[in-house]
Write a protein that binds this ligand. Structure first.
Ligand SMILES: Cc1cc2nc3c(=O)[nH]c(=O)nc-3n(C[C@H](O)[C@H](O)[C@H](O)COP(=O)(O)O)c2cc1C
Length: 316
């Protein structure tokens, strides 16, 4: 029986709107250690893996992470073991949780995105979804992020969709753009089933001791409470301005700074059908269990459901 927490992202029915955010919860081994808790797994609607690439990646040199006053700057550089080892080592373990698994994918060229999607779906036909991280640099075009180029976004989505079979296509958008609705519309034109937003914001830290940038790549990605109003604004804009989002034909997964159950409600009211939680999860290991309890209390107290809350703040 469906509970008040149930929601839907495209054809994917989820028992809870709470998802992990890519890169903040690893893959199979980390899920096994999710605070060691069955309750955490039970609070989740789906698990989103860390970014997978075709070849293994070492990631960026250290340091890779620093706290800011209200968040985190990271420059991990998509460290992962590559698709072959993901399929042979992580996938069999992930399947045991009986939780829908969404695999986050990254690539340097449009063709690589297509090849990666094809290999994942061939090796793991019951993958629930592919989340396309379009924040990667387009190596062919000299390193400019795909995520700011609507033509490239449309092409990537179309290329991933072809081999994706039953897997839901979610396009994860970057906030490092003037108008996120332009990128969202490009993803919709390419045939995306859903959108997720936001990835991290570009940010810099400088080391007073060395008097140099803290990270080797200078700019890193800002996440955590500081970015919540930005993520909320971008969800709001897409829901308000794009008819496919408003009708929920192309639902939105809200991400960015979500740290409490109240933050989850705000994102639902702004137009998100589900949310992902990243940085806050580093701080509070029981966060998903606590969020589930808070949501259940709020929904019961207000005689409502998650489905009914989606986009409600737009009524005025
Ligand atoms: C350490 C770290 C690693 C991340 N790795 C990825 C990744 O591999 N792919 C991706 O799409 N986003 C990645 N992200 C971005 C998060 O999924 C999320 O979009 C962002 O952190 C904002 O959410 P938050 O404020 O709840 O952390 C990463 C974030 C952090 C902090």
């Amino acid at each position: 029986m469906e509970t008040k927490l149930a929601t839907q992202v495209g054809r994917l029915r989820l028992r809870s709107p709470l998802l992990t955010a890519s890169g903040t919860s690893g893959s199979a081994d980390e899920l096994a250690g999710l605070g060691g808790s069955q309750a955490t797994v039970a609070a989740l609607g789906a698990f989103v893996t860390k970014g997978v690439t075709l070849a293994p990646r070492q990631g960026n040199p250290e340091p890779r992470i620093i706290e800011t006053r209200a968040g985190l700057l990271n420059s991990i550089g998509l460290q992962n073991k590559g698709v072959a080892r993901f399929l042979s080592e992580d996938w069999p373990k992930l399947r045991q949780y009986k939780l829908p698994v969404i695999v986050n994918i990254s690539a340097n060229t449009v063709e690589e995105y297509g090849e990666l999607a094809g290999r994942l779906v061939a090796g793991a036909p019951d993958i629930a979804g592919l989340e396309i991280n379009v924040s990667c640099p387009n190596i062919k075009e000299g390193g400019v992020s795909f995520g700011v180029d609507p033509v490239a976004i449309e092409k990537i989505v179309r290329t991933v969709k072809r081999p994706a079979g039953r897997a839901l296509i979610i396009t994860k958008l970057t906030p490092n753009i003037t108008d996120i609705t332009v990128a969202a519309e490009a993803a919709i034109a390419g045939g995306t089933d859903a959108l997720s937003m936001i990835n991290t914001l570009r940010g810099v830290a400088i080391d007073l001791r060395t008097q140099r940038p803290y990270f080797a790549n200078v700019a890193a990605g800002l996440s955590g409470p500081a970015v919540k109003p930005v993520g909320l604004c971008m969800v709001w804009d897409c829901f308000a301005k794009i008819p496919e989002c408003r009708s929920r034909r192309v639902p939105i997964i809200g991400i960015g700074g979500i740290s409490t159950w109240q933050d989850v409600i705000e994102y639902l009211l702004a137009g998100a059908s589900a949310v992902q939680v990243g940085t806050a999860w580093f701080v509070y290991p029981d966060i998903f269990v606590e969020m589930k309890k808070g949501l259940e209390r709020y929904l019961a107290g207000n005689r409502t459901t998650v489905r009914q809350l989606v986009g409600r703040a737009h009524r005025w």
